[in-house]
Design a protein around this ligand. Structure first.
Ligand code: N01
Length: 530
């Protein structure tokens, strides 16, 4: 028999947990369905060596509870995956969330019943839930991409995907290892795997930009200072496009004299982290300015990597920051190790995986283990794995056949009472995820409360509002260089995926303003019915 709830929440990462907390606080009944055995989402699945956040821990944290802020102690500038997972579990227990989360349960289907105005949610365990609202909190980078390289099943050793790493860890000591991919996950894990492995062979299709993290243990005096001024820091962060409180230099790179420009890049490089892209305001707006940052990093590669041929192969050719900038701990220097080989597969894709390794560029490479650091079917992948059927039995997959269309990244025409936390069309992946998630969750929780007060049972965006938002997402994307390269932001990493710049790049402050306008206009752009 179906179980009834006001809302079913899909996923127990940071989005799902906070959603449950907020709905409970407003007296709604809710059940969270989670495929994993525990909470934490991204930090539950991505357990590869070196996995850590690229936003500073004190900022990559919930702000809804000042007690939580005060009692939790971050130990490093950039938290490691185990620390983030401990944090997620702490939140789960502190707010007594676990009793409303059903683990090891994957949602397979959600169907809107137009007569009852409810959703029927089905799972791989045969459960059925009926709920007025379905809220997805499945993450933007949660559907691992395993490329269809011929022979993948033939490899006789273990194959690991960075996005679905064994919980007991993997010890590469004394092993020969092949890694495919040089994105953020690879760039974080390669230095550590190289220190363990007998030999590591890295297969690189696209050279990537990375800047040093300069991670460090946090000084207790610094932590105390942050704790005393969390409110101010959070408020400042909300005024920044990425929702991160770091200084933006509002000068143009190209208009700054060369000496001064290099000094500024050097300062950012030495400070470490994603703030490098805020060295100048126009690095993602002007080709010429961007080129100055490219040249700076290219010079660093030549300086660090001793073998000029390897340095040349590692040197990216595209726009810096177009693909997400990586943050590393000793990545370039790893290629100076005698036990690391770089194989350039830019012009010749891997021919096939073999029982003992792989064949590329007419040569056989042998290894004991294979690591796929090949990324995700981003933003839409997890949503489209579920058979979601809205009005008239139309599936979300059909609806998004030419690319995702949403209103505010949160709702979809034809799918009433469905909310997608950090869905396509939201700022999400271009911002600090935690404040973005909290903003979405607060919007949804307040919306449900308003609907209840008004006696409204169905909310759905209208076509015109959705088209306006899709236009806004497209327009803001076209202004930046970010939409110009083949990245997962545009779906280019998944063969056949429509090429659409998926996140909203207008910045968190502009997004919050849009949402506040919608609320102030009595849920402008939505149709509400009893
Ligand atoms: O995935 P990616 P990721 N043959 O898509 C290559 C977040 N994240 O897991 O560039 C050969 O970036 C592919 O090559 P190419 C962060 O937002 C954050 O590393 O498509 N190679 C690329 O090199 C990040 O952006 C952190 O030519 C193939 C790599 O695999 C996002 O997650 C840490 C291939 C995939 O790189 C994704 O990062 C980790 C093939 N058939 C991740 N298919 C933090 O620091 C793919 N590749 C918080």
């Amino acid at each position: 028999m179906a179980k009834n709830f006001d809302a079913v929440i899909v996923g127990a990462g940071f989005g799902g947990m906070y959603m449950l907390h907020r709905l409970r606080g407003k007296g709604f009944s809710a059940r969270v369905l989670e495929a994993g055995t525990g909470v934490g989402g991204t930090w539950y699945w991505n357990r590869y060596p070196g996995a850590r956040c690229d936003v500073e821990s004190v900022q990559y944290s919930y702000q809804f509870s000042s007690e939580l802020e005060q009692e939790w102690e971050w130990s490093e500038r950039y938290a490691t995956q185990p620390e983030l997972l401990r944090y997620a579990n702490h939140v789960c227990d502190r707010f007594d969330l676990r009793r409303d989360i059903q683990f090891e349960t994957r949602v397979t289907k959600a169907t809107f019943d137009e007569t009852a105005n409810t959703w029927l949610v089905e799972t791989d365990r045969g459960d059925k839930f009926v709920a007025r609202f379905v809220i997805t909190a499945m993450g933007c980078l949660s559907s691992p991409n395993t490329p269809k390289i011929p022979g993948l099943a033939d490899f006789q050793g273990p194959t690991y995907h960075t996005g679905n790493w064994p919980h007991d860890g993997v010890d590469f000591t004394g092993k020969t290892v092949g890694v495919i991919g040089t994105g953020s996950s690879a760039i974080q894990s390669i230095p550590i795997m190289a220190r363990q492995a007998k030999h590591l062979t890295v297969f690189q299709r696209t050279a990537n930009y990375t800047v040093p993290a300069h991670n460090k243990k946090l000084d207790p005096a610094y932590v105390a200072k942050v704790k005393a001024s969390y409110r101010e820091m959070r408020a400042r962060a909300k005024t920044k496009p990425a929702g991160i409180d770091f200084d933006i230099n509002y000068a143009s790179a190209i208009e700054t004299p060369q000496d001064e420009r290099t000094r500024k890049f050097e300062e950012s490089w030495n400070y470490g982290g994603l703030g490098f892209m805020a060295s100048f305001v126009d690095l993602l707006l002007s080709d010429e300015s961007n080129k100055t940052a490219q040249d700076f990093v290219k010079a660093k590669i030549r300086e660090i990597v001793k073998d000029p041929v390897t340095a040349e192969v590692l040197t990216p050719r595209n726009i810096i920051g177009c693909k997400r900038l990586c943050v590393d701990d000793g990545y370039w220097d790893t290629f100076n190790r005698p036990n690391v080989t770089l194989v350039d597969i830019r012009d010749e894709p891997i021919e096939r995986i073999t029982p003992t390794g792989l064949r590329a560029r007419g040569q056989d490479y042998a290894f004991d283990c294979l690591v796929l650091a090949t990324g995700f079917d981003a933003m839409t992948g997890a949503l489209l794995k579920v058979d979601i059927r809205g009005r008239g039995g139309v599936t979300l997959r059909e609806k998004w056949g030419e690319g995702p269309k949403t209103y505010l990244g949160l709702t979809v025409v034809g799918f009433p009472n469905l909310f997608t936390i950090t869905g396509p069309g939201s700022p999400s992946v271009l911002t600090n995820m935690l404040p973005s998630i909290e903003q979405h969750v607060d919007f949804i929780a307040d919306c449900l409360e308003t609907l209840r007060a008004k006696g409204v049972s169905v909310i759905e965006p209208v076509e015109q509002a959705q088209e306006m938002w899709v236009g806004e997402v497209g327009k803001s994307a076209s202004i930046t260089l970010r939409s110009t390269c083949s990245s997962w932001y545009v779906g280019a990493n998944i063969p056949g995926k429509p090429r659409v710049f998926m996140p909203y790049i207008g910045g968190l402050p502009a997004y919050i303003e849009h949402c506040n306008d919608v609320v102030a206009g009595d849920y402008k752009g939505f149709s509400l019915s009893e």
